[in-house]
Design a protein around this ligand. Structure first.
Ligand code: CA2
Length: 155
């Protein structure tokens, strides 16, 4: 049965290798850690009365499970799928399968990098798409997703 009042909760998904944030490649990904990303996203959502459940995994199936579970108690998803962005039809199918609006975020400007990063299996089904803003992009993506969820914007 469809809920009358949607939950004011978002799922934040970070994919493979994003647990390394702040430890390597600061020239591309900056010096903030995954904990900083999760805090920024939670603080941004809290300003609008939303809470955030965060998951990071290096395993595709664990990401799919977390997305499936979100269908029960989340209103939307903020996701940086890492390299699975460019490879995973399964991830795309999970996101469209749960039918939750989602924001795709990338820390780096994927379009200014190698050609294999230019294609995303997620972009055409995302309601929000943010690239190249560093970790601030998570705050932008969260604000824009909440605007869509609360009827303040169309993405
Ligand atoms: O720019 C992004 O956010 C990416 O999603 C990051 C992925 C990359 O495969 C995508 O093309 C773009 C890689 C995440 C790896 O993160 C690291 C962080 C610090 C050190 C090493 C890897």
């Amino acid at each position: 049965m469809r809920r009358v009042t949607p939950p004011r909760r978002l799922l934040l998904v970070n994919g493979p290798n994003l647990n390394l944030l702040g430890t390597r490649e600061p020239g591309i990904y900056g010096s903030a850690t995954l904990a900083d990303v999760e805090r920024l996203t939670a603080d941004t959502a809290a300003a609008y009365g939303f809470e955030v459940r965060a998951v990071q995994s290096n395993h595709e199936g664990a990401l799919l499970d977390a997305i499936h579970e979100a269908a029960a108690d989340c209103a939307g998803i903020v996701i940086n799928a890492g390299a699975y962005t460019h490879t995973s039809v399964a991830l795309r199918d999970a996101l469209t399968g749960v039918d939750l609006p989602f924001a795709e975020v990338h820390i780096s400007d994927v379009y200014a990098r190698e050609e294999f990063r230019h294609h995303s299996y997620l972009t055409d089904v995302a309601v929000v798409h943010v690239v190249g803003e560093g970790i601030d992009g998570y705050a932008t993506a969260t604000r824009r997703l909440i605007a869509v969820l609360t009827g303040q914007a169309d993405g």
